[in-house]
Design a protein around this ligand. Structure first.
Ligand code: 6CS
Length: 342
């Protein structure tokens, strides 16, 4: 055989092998579905798109991302994930707390540190976050892939608040977990649980007089337009969690499971860079957009008055979660001590 025809034959074989390989890959390639609770460019959306980027750059799989409202409210996307209609979901403990009572731990006020660096280290290192929570989520058919902070909680109200008494007779919207209601009752307010989709309208029509959320969300959702007094109480962080349907995850091969874990780690690293300085940038945008907005940062003495009411919420948490919650809380506190002592 001439060297030219040998070359042609080899080229033919390798083209065939390549086509066969691509076919095998496309047979294995899946289109996964992922829903979250926020809008384009918000923290959960950035996380989802970083996760997608990693998956798509490192495999033949594709990922379809659904944002808030496209498939319903937060509880709807969780139901769809548990039913296996969605493969991945990002849902905050603010809503998961009604499904997994222990997830309400994030709503015990003044439990989390206030500075971001310590908070991030806590999420990286904590045994409660990285070992205990995955077991609790697994009991509900969910493979917990990542918990991460979105920003410090800030209260927005129709009038400035500097002490618990200022909350009297004010209906404050809370996410739909019972412990967060306890927190606002302890703070002197009348808690009003509502899904996200109803918050702006309820503020606008004065059905409620306030709510809490991180600054980026107050800016992106335009909440400052209808609830212009921002109060920094330093009582907690908005935490969120990204997970997969457990049957789907368990049914994957080791390679895909590793791909998913690596993608979640990749998105975590990217998100902590994204949230650095985000609150300050968002506050600037709010100030530019409105001259009605006021910003009140409680001083140490004012904070003490709110903090004094935290133990009763902690007691309620234990009442609601029993032995399992008590153990989680002890571990949480131990983990916090470790990162605070570093
Ligand atoms: O307040 C809420 O319901 C919403 N807040 C944020 C920051 N993300 C999603 C959630 O639904």
């Amino acid at each position: 055989m001439s060297s030219m025809s040998k070359f042609k034959k080899l080229a033919g074989i390798s083209a065939f092998a390549f086509a066969a390989m691509s076919m095998a890959n496309s047979v294995n390639a899946a289109n996964w579905r992922y829903a979250h609770e926020e809008y384009e460019g918000d923290v959960q959306d950035v996380f989802a798109y970083d996760f997608k980027e990693y998956i798509e750059n490192n495999s033949d799989h594709t990922l379809q991302v659904y944002r808030f409202g496209e498939l319903g409210e937060s509880d709807d996307i969780m139901e769809q994930t548990q039913a296996g209609i969605l493969n991945f979901v990002n849902q905050s403990p603010g809503f998961t707390g009604s499904l997994i009572p222990e997830a309400q731990i994030f709503f015990i006020p003044y439990l989390m540190p206030t500075d971001m660096e310590t908070v991030i280290e806590f999420f990286r290192e904590s045994e409660a976050i990285n070992e205990d929570f995955p077991k609790l989520y697994a009991e509900k058919g969910l493979e917990l892939l990542q918990m991460y902070p979105e920003g410090e909680m800030v209260v927005t109200v129709d009038e400035k608040v500097t002490k618990p008494e200022d909350f009297n007779n004010k209906k404050i919207r809370v996410m739909t977990n019972p412990l967060l209601s306890e927190t606002y009752s302890a703070f002197g307010a009348t808690p009003t649980p509502l899904p996200w989709g109803e918050v702006y309208g309820a503020l606008q029509t004065n059905m409620i007089q306030g709510q809490e959320n991180p600054i980026f969300w107050i800016e992106s959702g335009g909440l400052y337009e209808v609830s212009p007094n921002l109060v920094f109480t330093k009582h907690g962080w908005f935490t969120t969690a990204m997970m997969a349907n457990k049957d789907f995850y368990d049914g994957l091969g080791e390679e895909d499971q590793k791909l998913i874990q690596d993608a979640a780690d990749y998105a975590f690293e990217k998100i902590i860079v994204h949230i650095d300085g985000l609150a300050e940038r968002s506050l600037e945008k709010i100030r530019e957009a409105s001259d009605e907005v006021t910003v009140t940062r409680l001083n140490d003495e004012q904070i003490e008055a709110f903090k004094a009411r935290a133990p009763q919420v902690e007691e309620k948490f234990i009442e609601m979660t029993g032995e399992s919650g008590k153990e989680l809380l002890n571990q949480f506190k131990e983990d916090l001590k470790e990162v605070q002592n570093d």
